[in-house]
Design a protein around this ligand. Structure first.
Ligand code: WTA
Length: 649
């Protein structure tokens, strides 16, 4: 982390929005910041009024820390706001989704078509017994049916829980069991980097341990028999069969503003992921507002967020935010380097993408692949770029600005979390000058501050990021675990939200987010708990104990290094190392594969038995060791360091 700090603090470049961009932007100056500050609730109410409500709310906010309720008494439907109202307003023929499959297949869907498909599928879900309040798990590739299924769940008031298609069967069944999901929606398979991702087969494995699932719906993605699957009579149903005789008449269910819209699991500091809960009115208000202002979205824009709907970025900035704004957007199934490393730029050029939102890990990969690849494509339609998921290093920021943005597109570096639901710290591109590596200022209506451990505000310098007042799209809790909700986010300071990120503030009050301060790693923009990987390792028969740390990686930002103590019966070997890496993949998913495994006889522990991860990080990064005086046995560290260096050398 200290390298990042050094790097960031040397960064002095400032980029003003161009006069042309400013002239056409939704927000051109700091007026909204001042207005939001004057009357935060009135400001959020103004946003909420831009949604369609079946019944108005009677009270804007009830705040009993850590519980907030927004737009109390109001009734609305998220799907209605993303689809029906646009069709009613004459936008039925507007293209909602321009979808490309990895092999190059293509499908466009207008808002009217989305309405038709979603209504039919919603009816099919009802016919299979899904009722308002029932949880539905989704495990799908990035195909239009994923967005449609999410919207269909919202339409009938069944909270959805999307599980990223790269997670293992164990991860999937853990999530299903935790929320007692009643139905699972999947596809036979998906394409990823030219390979078939056997989703249904993984579901079959997960279903052995998912007793709550009554029915499984399977979309037929593979049209040429590339992924033959088993269908279990009575339990498994083809999507196209259900759709064939489904009625397209399915009015959207009026939901209470505080009804659960979805559960999305994210990693925490224990081995068990947290089911983050988002409700309807506040969440929709937050994603609607941020999509419109942060991405300066206009009716003629072609928006492309490259995230997977399995992560929160895809929930908020593919499904709900852009669709609530009646956007036209690109959705892409596969990898950025399939069939070649210029795929993204070809997609931007082919569809005239104007606003492009991706992650620093992708940008660093593009840098490696060379600037001549984007240069071969017409990227002149791009007018705004975004970044999300991890700190963007100034070097990557500048590369992005030059080679993708042609030095004319503002860059919005957006800080937020699964828990915050919507973007929290970000420039407004027509109003805020940017500095490479800084997410700049809090979105109007959001109160972000830096605090010390004791809760003292830091105006300039380093501290913990905090959010000091409730915001509409905030998480409403952790599914089934109110205590963990309180402990994780609300126990550091009284009534103030603790996101778990370290940060510094400069002389202009700009935020420079440095990364997690807890035992959560951010690997290629994905959150993985050190404990999750440790539990996966000790699950292997040869492993007695393990300690996992994040180490710097030039593309992924952070990579996983694991220190492993073997049981007496096992011997260290390259084969065992491979086997352990594979075991983690099977337990969690490929995103958690350790980069390095180091076999050791001991781990550095404090006298109270706590593993000192800081020292392990220093060892793995080859740094001089910091303070070892609190160690129970200081010699452990020296011998570990020597062995690690031998191995690396
Ligand atoms: C990190 C992704 C620096 C941060 C939307 C946060 C960032 C975690 C940024 C949330 C950014 C996200 N700059 N760090 N612009 N955006 N992060 O829940 O550590 O997958 O706590 O949400 O990613 O990850 P999550």
């Amino acid at each position: 982390m200290s390298d990042t700090i050094d790097h960031l603090l040397q960064e002095k470049r400032v980029f003003e929005p161009s006069p042309e961009f400013k002239a056409q932007a939704h927000v051109k100056d700091d007026t909204p910041y001042r207005e939001a500050e004057k009357d935060r609730l009135a400001y959020w109410e103004d946003w909420a009024k831009q949604l369609d409500w079946f019944e108005p709310w009677t009270k804007t906010l009830e705040w009993e820390p850590p519980y907030s309720k927004w737009f109390i008494g109001g009734k609305l439907n998220a799907c209605y706001n993303c689809v029906d109202r646009h069709v009613k307003n004459g936008l039925g023929d507007k293209v909602a989704l321009i979808w490309e499959g990895e092999p190059g297949d293509r499908r466009d869907l207008t808002y009217s078509e989305v309405l038709e498909e979603v209504s039919k599928f919603a009816n099919a879900l009802k016919k299979l017994g899904v009722q308002k309040g029932d949880r539905v798990a989704l495990y799908m590739p990035m195909i239009p049916e994923l967005a449609l299924a999410v919207l269909a769940c919202a339409r009938i008031g069944a909270p959805h829980s999307v599980v990223f298609g790269g997670f293992s069967a164990t991860s999937l069944s853990d999530r299903i069991v935790d929320q007692e999901a009643k139905m699972l929606i999947t596809a036979d398979a998906g394409w990823r980097r030219g390979k078939v991702l056997p989703l249904k087969a993984t579901c079959d494995e997960a279903l052995k341990n998912s007793p709550s699932i009554e029915n499984v719906v399977v979309v037929n993605r593979m049209k040429n028999g590339e992924a033959p699957i088993d269908m279990k009579e009575g339990r498994d149903h083809w999507y196209h069969d259900l759709m064939a005789d489904a009625s397209s008449d399915c009015p959207a269910e009026p939901m209470d503003s505080e009804d659960l819209l979805y559960i999305l699991y994210t990693s925490g500091t224990t081995g068990k992921p947290k089911g983050i809960m988002h409700t309807t009115g506040g969440y929709m208000t937050g994603v609607y507002a941020t999509t419109k202002w942060v991405f300066d979205l206009k009716p003629e824009d072609v928006f492309w967020c490259t995230a997977d709907i399995g992560w929160v970025t895809g929930h908020s900035y593919i499904v709900y935010g852009p669709m609530a704004n009646a956007a036209t957007q690109v959705m892409y199934e596969g990898a950025p380097d399939s069939p070649s490393r210029d795929r993204f730029w070809k997609i931007c050029a082919d569809h005239g993408v104007t606003v492009f939102y991706t992650a620093p890990t992708a940008i660093r990969a593009f840098m490696k692949w060379g600037h001549d690849l984007p240069a071969q494509h017409d990227l002149s339609k791009l007018r705004l770029l975004g970044s999300v998921g991890e700190p963007i290093n100034p070097e990557a920021w500048i590369w992005y600005h030059k080679n993708i943005g042609g030095e004319k597109c503002p860059i919005v570096d957006t800080w937020w979390q699964t828990e915050t639901g919507a973007i929290m710290i970000t420039p407004l591109p027509g109003a805020v000058k940017t500095k490479p590596g800084s997410a700049t200022k809090a979105f109007p209506g959001i109160e972000a501050k830096l605090l010390t451990d004791e809760g003292k505000e830091v105006e300039k310098g380093g501290g913990y990021l905090s959010i000091s007042s409730p915001w509409p799209s905030m998480l409403r809790g952790i599914y089934g675990d109110p205590q963990r909700f309180k402990d994780t986010y609300w126990s550091k300071w009284d009534g103030i939200y603790f996101p778990g990120d370290g940060c510094t503030r400069d002389e202009d009050g700009y935020f420079w987010i440095l990364g997690r301060v807890d035992d959560v790693m951010n690997v290629a923009g994905h959150r993985i708990g050190t404990m999750e990987v440790e539990s996966a390792l000790v699950d292997h028969q040869s492993v007695a104990e393990s300690a996992v740390v994040g180490i710097p990686h030039d593309v992924k930002g952070t990579a996983i290094a694991a220190f492993v103590i073997l049981k007496d019966s096992a011997e260290p070997s390259d084969d065992l190392e491979k086997e352990l890496k594979q075991h983690v993949v099977e337990q969690i998913g490929a995103i958690a594969r350790p980069e390095k495994i180091m076999f050791t006889a001991d781990l550095p522990k404090t006298r109270s038995g706590k593993i000192m991860r800081r020292l392990l990080r220093d060892i793995a990064e080859g740094k001089t060791l910091g303070d070892t005086t609190t160690l129970a046995d200081p010699t452990v560290v020296e011998s570990l360091k020597n062995r690690y260096e031998d191995k690396e050398g």
